[in-house]
Design a protein around this ligand. Sequence first.
Ligand code: ADP
Ligand code: ZN
Length: 517
Amino acid sequence: MAAASLLRDIFGFDGFRPGQEDIVNAVAAGENVLAIMPTGGGKSLCYQLPALMLDGITVVISPLIALMRDQVRALREAGVEAGALTSGNTDEETEEVWEAIEQGRLKLLYMAPERLASGAALGMLRRIGVSLIAVDEAHCVSQWGHDFRPDYLRIGELRRSLNVPLAAFTATADAETRDEIVQRLFDGEAPQNFLHGFDRPNIHLAFAAKDSPRKQILDFAAARKTQSGIVYCGTRAKTEALAKALRDEGHNVLHYHGGMDPEDRRFVETRFQREDGLIVVATVAFGMGIDKPDIRWVAHADLPKSIESYYQEIGRAGRDGAPAETLTLFGPEDIRLRRSQIDEGLAPPERRAADHARLNSLLGLAEALHCRRATLLKYFGETSCETCGNCDLCDTPPEIFDGTEAVRKALSAILRTGEWFGTGHLIDVLLGNDTERMRQKGHDSLPTFGVGQEYDKRQWQAVFRQMMGHDLIRPDPERHGALRMTDDALPILRGEASIDLRKDSIRKATRRPAVKA
Ligand code: ADP
Ligand code: ZN
């Protein structure tokens, strides 16, 4: 199977994180690879995915037994044959791993480095058809580092003896450690190096709440006439409608989506590649194969699926390094749509819960209080300056107020109703609305009933949205999307922490009702 479909079907991700795709391709092509990625950046996928693309077994060497066990469990849940040989195994577990190896089923074999100390292990690995060695925490081979593991020194010998490609991963980026890794794991022969900063400093980042969405996109495009750009839409129908609206304004525009004939799609791709100043209004189907260096802007008419998709889609702009601009619109309907797409999916509850958490992170980025880029890079595990000077929030810092009181009221409404309800009913409780359901559930006698009348419905929606952005609450797929509190909310509830909210999204909510696109 191709990398992209494995990514979706096995791992449940809708896009690669920065750097992953190139690394996956290199590893799957049999290159020796040294990849440096920040912690949390997504290193494990970079060997797990190629392991599924290659014939035979991928041996993963990792120093952390608990981590190996976690990964094996997660892989198995996703239907991948994985096993670990560690000192923590029961005999039964070891037996199971051997059986899978002998039946030729096993795809990933995790091993603690200590195992390499016995000659038997080497003989065993020689027999079972290993096609790739993946080394996690490769800096453990460095004798001068804090994490030195003497057994890591045996990995070089293992590679020589098996004569298969090796992919080494670490978050430690200093040149000395890198040199040591190359010396000891690759016998000094330079592997293909991946040292990615995730930042794309030439891309200006901006988000805006949907106010009059069509006009917002038209204005954005009008200010960039004759420049090549992409507008991403959430639906196929919308690509056609928005393309027409842009055309009516005198732009050179084509639309693109997965429902079009392959020929028509190719026509759009080729024209976009060759022409200057063309706008393509598209679904996310557009862009995979596009390699146009001078795309000057990317706009999202609807909220993307996740931060990963957002990064991938805006990342198509400004590949030439010259300034490029982006604008991402979002509104309550987008969030509702994304939530229901997750809930209606066939994924197991755990994966849906993870998707909701990821969507929360995207809302956190959309309603960030400080530098957009710093927030984005932090999500990918990379530390950066606190302010980038090239995003909307650095341009104009948002007005912030102490939202602790409002958040506590909302949390209390959630808890007092047993964490069994969605935003609609919870807001009714806060506003003291006398609905059928209210009386039926007896919620009109709760102490929280009617305590939130300082805000109206739209303002409360904005508060809930920001609470999701701070990951204080998440919909529970096993409770029909009812909102539940996360542990992060506890200190606020107990009065031990306060929380800032953005004023603009709450104020705007009353001043101007949203206009449908
Ligand atoms: P690392 O080993 O680099 O510290 P992990 O491999 O443990 O990072 O990944 C960190 C987190 O990122 C995990 O929760 C993983 O599920 C998530 N992740 C990895 N790749 C992706 C992706 N392409 N899309 C979404 N989430 C991802
Ligand atoms: Zn910034």
